[in-house]
Design a protein around this ligand. Structure first.
Ligand code: C2E
Ligand code: MG
Ligand code: MG
Ligand code: MG
Length: 276
């Protein structure tokens, strides 16, 4: 590639950089506008008992319908929001919206299930994070015993002592905690005995790799056992097919999420399921 580009390599590289930079600036102002324009919504994906298919919880996942560009994935705009200092605002909106939704579902007589929200590392480290969580719980009338916070494995590794303290406080409030994307962080697993967590969510990449032999079946088995050893419930992410479900059921995985049971759904469709 470098050769065919010849001497234009650096120019090409610089052009790409500045395009990326412009894209970032553009998205920054778009993210700010998205709140005013009400372009963000939440979808909810059921978490299901491996043996009974009973819904035990739902995970709130942010959606952005951009006025001009259409749907933009959170995997793209969340990291940008983190960089430009917008993540706290997004995170607060997500938490508040999810709590209000739980209360609405309760009012319409739906059976209560745990609502999980994703929290980025940056948010957990902000000094007023706990205060904001408490405020939102009060404002919305949310029952914290039905609130779960998902934290990605990578994010809990810095500021360990402070992280543990915050996590303990969340637990004292009644909130449950998950390690998300488990197995993808390049970290020691020592934190499993230190952190006050309830659930391990095995990253979907491992389930995808089950298809092409490799050692990934063994890795999944080991992760389930590891979770159970530490008294945690284990959730498999990204279950798309029946035989994968059979596999994790055999290995005594507790819960799963994935297109095989359901894609993330609108609040109304979730309500229908919870009323049944
Ligand atoms: P995550 O928390 O690990 O969420 C799981 C992702 O996998 C979701 O993508 C979900 O739609 C997708 N998924 C679920 N089941 C399947 C399946 O069977 N097959 C496949 N191929 N995918 C499946 P989504 O909604 O695009 O979110 C991507 C990531 O963005 C999330 O990963 C999470 O890290 C982040 N994210 C989403 N919403 C929020 C939010 O409100 N706040 C923060 N901080 N991060 C969020
Ligand atoms: Mg998650
Ligand atoms: Mg995940
Ligand atoms: Mg993820």
């Amino acid at each position: 590639y470098g050769k065919t580009q010849g001497g234009n390599c650096i120019i090409e590289y610089t052009r790409q950089m500045s395009e990326q930079y412009n894209e970032l600036i553009l998205l920054e102002s778009d993210i700010r506008k998205a709140f005013k324009l009400k372009e963000f919504t939440l979808s909810y994906q059921p978490k299901v008992d491996v043996n009974t298919d009973e819904i035990i919880g739902v995970e709130a996942l942010i959606r952005w319908e951009h006025g001009k560009k259409g749907k933009i994935s959170p995997s793209i705009f969340i990291p940008i929001a983190e960089q430009i200092g917008m993540i706290a605002q997004i995170g607060e909106w997500v938490l508040k919206e999810a709590c209000m939704q739980f209360v609405k579902w309760q009012k319409s007589g739906a059976s209560p299930v745990i609502v999980a929200v994703n929290i980025s590392a940056v948010e957990l480290q902000q000094p007023n994070f706990l205060i904001r969580v408490k405020q939102i719980i009060q404002e919305t009338g949310m029952d914290p015993n039905y609130l779960e916070i998902e934290i990605t494995e990578n994010s809990v590794m810095q500021n360990t002592e402070e992280c543990i303290e915050r996590m303990n406080e969340l637990r004292r409030m009644g909130i449950s905690l998950s390690i998300d994307d488990f197995g993808t962080g390049y970290s020691s697993m020592g934190y499993l005995q230190k952190f006050p967590i309830n659930y391990l969510k095995i990253d979907q990449s491992f389930l995808r790799e089950l298809r092409d032999q490799s050692g990934s079946a063994e890795i999944i088995k080991a992760m389930i056992q590891l979770g159970h050893t530490f008294g945690l419930k284990v959730v498999a992410e990204g279950v798309e097919e029946e035989d994968i479900l059979s596999f994790i059921r055999n290995e005594q995985c507790d819960y799963y999420q994935g297109y095989f049971y359901s894609k993330p759904l609108t609040p109304d469709l979730i309500e229908e399921k919870l009323l049944m």
